[in-house]
Design a protein around this ligand. Structure first.
Ligand code: CA
Ligand code: CA
Ligand code: CA
Ligand code: CA
Length: 605
């Protein structure tokens, strides 16, 4: 079937769903860093794998060195997106400028195509009045074409943005945007007509915030939010670090930045939020927070939190489902590496990497610390499996930030993609800070870094990698990738690996909560293939970024699998006879009836 027809079906289906959403929710009213200085080095040597059949997707006009069957094709030139991040780095080495910014992939206008919002920093001292570097929003027109809609949407925040978190905070069906900043955080309410308004709802936190995770901590159906704070720093109190003789200045160690406790804001169900940090139990020893993930990490049905800290131990907070948390950091085994060392952690993601039915953690870290794979051994306990899984050895020479699990080649096993980039070298102020990205192929829990020839041309060129998201930009059922580079143009990569799978077809699912929070954050879905595939709708995660909210599975082409869902409130649903290659929207039932199932897109031919 030619693409225009498919797109038309998608748009009609989504419009129908939009109407459905209005009918379903008639009563919803709108609310009133960088540690020690070590020189940049090269990626370890590549490995090679067996070539597959040629790619079927169009590629960009850039000249290719990678083989035609590379997994990911660079579509940046074709997309029309010319976003370039500004860190605000200068001779004064302002500390926040090392940490970069994230991005969000979300369908703000509900036309069925995922749009993009890129965050940027700004020059110091930061002033929203004089800044000329706004965050920029791009609308997806289909076929890898985008148009900039920053002015029209009014999403061009001109502060200093680190994180972009998307959630339908008021449950009106339109995704809202929360930006976490050096400076006050801002909630942008989606008005549903393609524009946003800044709302004052109690989230105007002016502490230095890195990232946030929305999730329903107390199961009242309304999304609460955890906000990561990095620490206390200002340009007026910015010590000189570097070589005093030569005057070569570098970023100071994170240890020079006093940590500030994170915050938990409870959604009061009237459109406003209240700081409930004290009563929630999240005020454990302060870290320099960079990443936060709300996910199921122990065996009970309540969402937990994992916080990645920079030169403080990482934190695991077990949720009780009533808005309270218990600090399980030390007991969990996921706060330190296997030698008990504190790490410089940045990004996080969780996936069932070994088919155990439990979610493991991948945490990105500084050079010579290696990235961490915490294997979930049940009961809320984790084992540092970084070395045995291959995650650690692939990253020893890298300063890693962005991370996403994704079954890129559609073999039913979630692979990983990681971005890296250095922050400076005291001995060589002109050192190249760029490092190559990693594409890690998962085979039964063993991750192997693909050779750039096989991963794609993007991986041949080093970058200052920071934010990274997985999102199906072309609606062919597989996850593509978008990267926000520090002080460099952003990049878009199309997934070609999944298209070549002869045995498997992509199957994507969007869950919509009714009794539960509308984003269905906290849902767990299991596709009954052999072996089964486990996914969850996570809050936050990655590095300062928001990924495509859909769940992506691989299905046998000749099978019609069942999907079992556990909604955030614990109710369970089962759907039988899903069509491989289909894209579905599944709406939570308010009683014991079967869920509403909408086929958004027929399988591709
Ligand atoms: Ca859209
Ligand atoms: Ca909304
Ligand atoms: Ca895979
Ligand atoms: Ca895709």
């Amino acid at each position: 079937m030619p693409r225009p027809v498919l797109v038309a079906i998608g748009v009609v289906a989504v419009l129908a769903v939009g109407l459905l959403a209005v009918l379903l929710f008639p009563d919803v009213s709108p609310p009133p860093g960088p540690p020690a200085v070590i020189p940049a080095v090269q990626l370890p040597g590549p490995t090679s794998t067996t070539p597959e059949t040629p790619a079927t997707k169009e590629t960009s006009s850039v000249s290719f060195v990678a083989t035609e069957d590379a997994w990911l094709a660079d579509m940046t030139a074709r997309s029309g997106i010319r976003f370039e991040h500004v860190s605000g780095d200068s001779a004064e080495k302002p500390f926040p400028s090392a940490n970069g910014s994230g991005l969000a992939a979300f369908d703000y206008d509900l036309d069925g195509r995922i749009d993009l919002l890129f965050a940027t920093g700004n020059e110091f001292p930061v002033s929203s009045l004089t800044s000329t570097h706004p965050n920029r929003c791009y609308r997806n027109l289909g076929s890898w074409a985008f148009e900039e809609v920053t002015d029209h949407t009014r999403l061009g925040h001109q502060g200093y943005t680190h994180g972009v978190t998307v959630a339908d905070v008021d449950a009106d069906g339109f995704p809202d945007v929360f930006v976490t900043c050096y400076g006050p955080d801002v909630l942008f309410h989606n008005l549903g007509d393609g524009t946003f308004e800044e709302l004052t709802v109690g989230l105007e936190d002016d502490r230095w915030s890195s990232s946030a995770a929305f999730f329903d901590a107390d199961l009242d159906g309304h999304l609460d939010v955890y906000v990561c704070h990095y620490g206390s720093w200002s340009l007026d109190d910015n010590p000189f670090c570097g070589d005093a003789v030569s005057g070569a200045r570098v970023f100071c160690s994170p240890l020079t930045v006093e940590p500030v406790a994170d915050a938990y804001f409870k959604n009061q169900a009237d459109g406003s939020f209240a700081d409930a940090s004290e009563s929630s139990g999240i005020l454990v020893p302060s870290g320099r927070g960079l990443g936060v993930l709300a996910a199921h990490l122990d065996d009970d049905p309540h969402l937990d939190l994992y916080i990645a800290n920079d030169l403080n131990h990482n934190v695991l907070l077990a949720g009780a489902g009533d808005g309270s948390f218990t600090d399980r950091s030390d007991l969990s085994g996921a706060a330190y590496d296997s030698l008990g060392r504190v790490k410089s952690s940045m990004g996080i993601d969780a996936a069932d990497t070994r088919g155990t039915g439990r979610f493991d953690l991948l945490v990105t870290d500084f050079q010579r610390e290696y990235n961490l794979l915490f294997a979930n051994s049940g009961g809320g306990m984790f084992v540092d499996a970084s070395e045995g899984s291959g995650i650690g050895p692939s990253s020893v020479q890298l300063v890693s930030w962005g991370v996403q699990f994704s079954d890129i080649d559609l073999d039913g096993q979630e692979d990983a993609i990681v971005t890296s980039g250095h922050v400076g070298d005291e001995r060589n102020p002109n050192a190249d800070l760029r490092q190559a990205g990693l594409l890690l192929h998962n085979q039964e829990g063993q991750f192997r870094a693909l050779d750039a020839d096989q991963a794609g041309n993007y991986f041949l060129v080093p970058h200052q990698g920071r934010g990274l998201v997985a999102a199906d930009l072309d609606n062919d059922g597989d996850e593509d990738f978008i990267l926000n580079h520090r002080d460099e143009p952003a990049a878009l990569l199309a997934n070609n690996a999944a298209n070549r799978s002869l045995a498997h077809a992509a199957l994507s699912i969007r869950l919509v909560g009714t009794a539960s929070n509308r984003d269905a954050i906290g849902s767990v879905a299991r596709l009954m293939t052999s072996p089964p595939q486990l996914r969850q709708v996570k809050g936050g995660g990655g590095y300062q970024s928001s990924r495509d909210p859909r769940l992506f599975f691989a299905s046998d082409r000749d099978d019609e699998p069942s999907l079992s869902i556990r909604w955030p409130n614990g109710r369970e649903s089962q759907i039988d006879g899903l069509t491989p290659g289909g894209s579905y929207l599944i709406i939570e039932p308010r009683d014991d009836q079967p869920p509403q199932v909408v086929l958004l897109r027929e399988p591709l031919p």
